[in-house]
Design a protein around this ligand. Sequence first.
Ligand SMILES: [Zn+2]
Length: 242
Amino acid sequence: MASTHLETLDMDGYVATIKRTSRKGSVGFRLSSGKVVILAPKDISASQISLILESKRHLILDKLEAQDRVTSQTPVMSQVERRYLCGERFAYLGGELVLKVNKGRAGACFVDAKKINVNVLNTKPDLVRHALVIWYKQQAQKHIEQRISYFAPIVGAWPKAIEIKTYKARWGSCTSKGLVQFNWKIMMAPPTVVDSVVVHELCHLLHMNHGPEFWGQVMRVCPAYQDAKQWLKNEGRNLGLD
Ligand SMILES: [Zn+2]
């Protein structure tokens, strides 16, 4: 009897669906509307496919990201209704900041007594949002640099540079040139969750894959990694200011 069971692989950042085909030898992959479909011969095991996908990881993630930018019809992180008015609450490192919009001269945001002060020329939501994003990015740069100086000696690997980026569906990435990149939206998560992402990327400086040695290193440095991952799975879609 033909099986209708769908094989999927959680590739940490995306889920691949495997379609068994009668093709011989090679494994193909196809991206459509944010989904990765793997066309594979029947005699190739899921772990073999997983290894092949690992070797193409950066290519696939880049393609997904590019597609995300073009289509963006189904945002991966669900949108929270925001109006950018005084009194609205914004998550920050496990706590909350209350928005205070000051109309007048544009200037840097600052936090005072759990209030995030945004200084804008006018109170258009877009302007307030933009100012907040800049602030979150600056905090991310400072906070993550600090966490990297803490964890790098424990992991035993130092990045060449740290970059803060805007991603739709990733929290961090690491290039083979030693550049580590982080999504500023992670600053809306609790500190332990931020740490887990920092450790994950630092460990990629030692292992550019998600093999057993990589995970061994992650778990050694960050024993609560699974909890953090679960938290992101449940709450990640609510982070960000989209
Ligand atoms: Zn990874």
